[in-house]
Design a protein around this ligand. Structure first.
Ligand code: SIN
Ligand code: NI
Length: 266
């Protein structure tokens, strides 16, 4: 692992498919890390082409309508190529290494900032949006399928905020909303993490984060795999992923909709 000049915690994947223990420690301390070259160039090309084709066919189904990003959820259930990225064993195992306990897929999402979208994804935490209970800290792999420098809409994190639980859900369209929910967070350092195509960040479900606007002429293509504690149960709140499933409060989020192919013996 290295600490770069901006104080970011970054590592390559080892030949054994694992990340160094120091990176795990950095994730636990700061609530996010960057992993370089998690996808080799041939795979980046395959998934980027697949993502572009899927976006072209499904853009109008985006859940987000205000132009911050095009958001397509659970693409793994509809696209054979992108299924390979969402269910990637190496990514799932690194996520488990960082978390320190068994994980399932919660859902994936393609998050595309269209060229010149000029709209930031404002600061928020992810976990307050989710209908989860009985869980330890979930985490997301945000995978860059194109180079994502700051001007194309990379992410910025608030280190240490993975411990700030219990806040209401925050509106990612409003710059001030997270800071209205907890004014102390405004004064934390903000760490911006540019990614090369094939790199990813992992951030926890409570780590405060935002993404800059895309001011370039090229789409920002990101694919996000969200992993949850294998023992997570359903809280009863509404959510697009769980609404069709007919769940009762307290049901385990397991089975075919929430796979864990990276489990040994799976
Ligand atoms: C984004 O990519 O624009 C936001 C990602 C996130 O909120 O997790
Ligand atoms: Ni988020």
């Amino acid at each position: 692992m290295t600490t770069d000049t901006a104080g970011q915690f970054v590592s390559d994947v080892g030949a054994d498919g694992r990340v160094p223990d120091e990176l795990v420690a950095a994730y636990r301390e700061h609530g996010f890390v960057r992993v370089r070259g998690v996808l080799e160039p041939g795979l980046v090309e395959r998934f980027r082409t697949g993502a572009e084709a899927f976006l072209e066919a499904h853009r109008t189904e985006s859940l987000e309508k205000q132009g911050v990003f095009s958001q397509l959820v659970n693409v793994w259930q509809r696209d054979q190529t992108l299924r390979g990225l969402t269910l990637d064993l190496r990514l799932g195992r690194i996520a488990e290494q960082l978390a320190g306990f068994p994980l399932r897929l919660w859902h994936d999402q393609m998050l595309v900032k269209e060229p010149h979208n000029n709209a930031a994804t404002e600061f928020h935490q992810d976990r307050p949006y989710w209908p989860h209970a009985g869980d330890r800290l979930p985490l997301s792999a945000w995978i860059a399928l194109v180079d994502v420098p700051p001007e194309r809409g990379c992410m910025t994190f608030l280190p240490g905020t993975q411990h700030r639980v219990g806040l209401r859900p925050q509106d990612l369209h409003h710059e001030e909303d997270l800071f209205a929910a907890d004014p102390s967070l405004r004064w934390l350092p903000r760490v911006t993490v540019p990614l090369r195509a094939g790199d990813c960040t992992f951030h926890s479900g409570y780590t405060g984060h935002m993404a800059l606007p895309n001011r370039t002429g090229q789409a920002r293509l990101a694919h996000v795999n969200i992993y949850m504690d294998e023992a997570t149960t359903y809280s009863g709140s509404e959510h697009i992923v769980t609404d069709p499933l007919g769940l009762a409060v307290g049901d385990r989020l397991d089975g075919d909709a929430f796979p864990r192919p990276w489990a040994s013996g799976a």
